[in-house]
Write a protein that binds this ligand. Structure first.
Ligand code: F6R
Length: 263
C-alpha cells in the first residue's frame, strides 16, 4: 500500500484523475471499476476534462460500478446509474453498452449478483478499481463484518451509511434504501490495481484505522493492506490522524513512478 498526501481535495482528485487517465492512455480497452459518492465527483470532473482537453478516449473502455441501491430504477435520479450518467458517462465518449452497474430492480437478486460476477470475469477482470471509503469503513457497500472473501451480493446498509447518504434523499434517513447490491470484498481484491480517494476531516479517523490499524472485518477498507497494488490518495484533512505522514511523503518524493505527478 502507498499513501499519497495532497494539499487539498482538488489536487487529490487531480492526482487520481491523472492516474486513471494514464492507465487508459496506455490501455484503451481498460476495464475500470468505478465508485459513486460525493468524493468521486471531482475525479469525474477531471476525467471529463482529460477527455475534453486531451481527447482521452473512452470508446473501448469497459466499466463496472461497485454497487447499486435495491429498489431504485436506473432512471431514478438518486440511483447510481443516473449518478454515473450525469457525472461521467454523459460527458465522455464511452459506449453505454460497455458500462455496467448491478440491476437493483432485478426480480431475482441472487441471480443478478452471480451474473455480475460472470460479466466481470468474462471481461478478464478489473484492471483498475476506483474506491472511496465510507464513514463506516466500507468499500463499495461492504459494511462492517462483511466477509473479507465475499463476492457480489445483497447487503443491508449500516446505520452510519444511511445517515451519510441521507443528503441525497431530502436529508431524510427514512427515505434511503436499506439494501444494496455490492461487489464483494473478494471481488474488489482481485482487481489488478486499487486507487482509493478519501478527503475531508470527517474521514480522518476511518482512514487512520484503514491504513495503520489492524486488518479487521470491522473496518472493511483495512483489507486493502493485503492488496499487492493499492494507492491511497488523501488530502491534508483526511491525513490528519495518520502517524506515518513523514514516511509517506518521503516515498512520494522519491519513487520514480510518481515524478510526473509531483508538480
Ligand atoms: C459508492 C461507494 C462507497 C463510497 C463511500 C464514500 O459507490 O463505493 O463506498 O465510495 O461511501 O462516499 P462519499 O464520497 O460520498 O463520502
Amino acid at each position: 500500500m502507498e499513501v499519497i498526501i495532497r494539499p487539498d481535495e482538488q489536487s487529490a482528485a487531480r492526482l487520481v484523475g491523472g492516474i486513471i487517465a494514464k492507465e487508459l492512455h496506455a490501455r484503451p480497452q481498460l476495464v475500470l471499476g468505478l465508485a459513486t459518492g460525493g468524493t468521486m465527483e471531482k475525479v469525474y470532473d477531471e476525467l471529463a476534462r482529460h477527455h475534453r482537453e486531451e481527447k482521452l478516449d473512452f470508446s473501448l473502455c469497459r466499466t463496472f460500478n461497485l454497487d447499486e441501491y435495491i429498489g431504485l430504477a436506473p432512471d431514478d435520479p438518486r440511483s447510481y446509474r443516473a449518478y454515473m450518467n450525469r457525472q461521467l458517462f454523459g460527458r465522455v465518449n464511452i459506449d453505454p453498452r460497455n458500462t455496467h452497474l448491478p440491476d437493483g430492480m432485478a426480480r431475482d437478486l441472487s441471480a443478478e449478483c452471480r451474473h455480475y460476477e460472470h460479466l466481470i470475469h468474462d471481461c478478464g477482470g478489473i484492471d483498475v478499481q476506483l474506491l472511496g471509503i465510507g464513514r463506516s469503513g466500507h468499500i463499495g457497500f461492504n459494511e462492517p463484518l462483511s466477509a473479507l472473501r465475499s463476492r457480489t451480493r445483497e447487503k443491508a446498509l449500516a446505520p452510519t451509511t444511511i445517515e451519510q447518504n441521507a443528503i441525497y434523499f431530502d436529508n431524510d434517513p427514512a427515505k434511503v434504501p436499506k439494501r444494496a447490491i455490492t461487489m464483494g470484498v473478494g471481488t474488489i481484491l482481485e482487481a489488478h490495481r486499487c486507487v482509493v480517494l478519501v478527503t475531508g476531516k470527517a474521514k480522518a479517523d476511518i482512514v487512520a484505522k484503514a491504513v495503520e490499524g489492524p486488518i479487521t472485518a470491522m473496518v472493511t477498507a483495512s483489507v486493502l493492506q493485503l492488496h499487492p497494488r493499492c494507492t491511497v490518495v488523501v488530502d491534508e484533512a483526511a491525513a490528519s490522524k495518520l502517524q506515518g505522514t513523514d514516511y509517506y511523503r518521503w516515498i512520494f518524493e522519491n519513487e520514480p513512478e510518481w515524478a510526473e505527478f509531483r508538480r
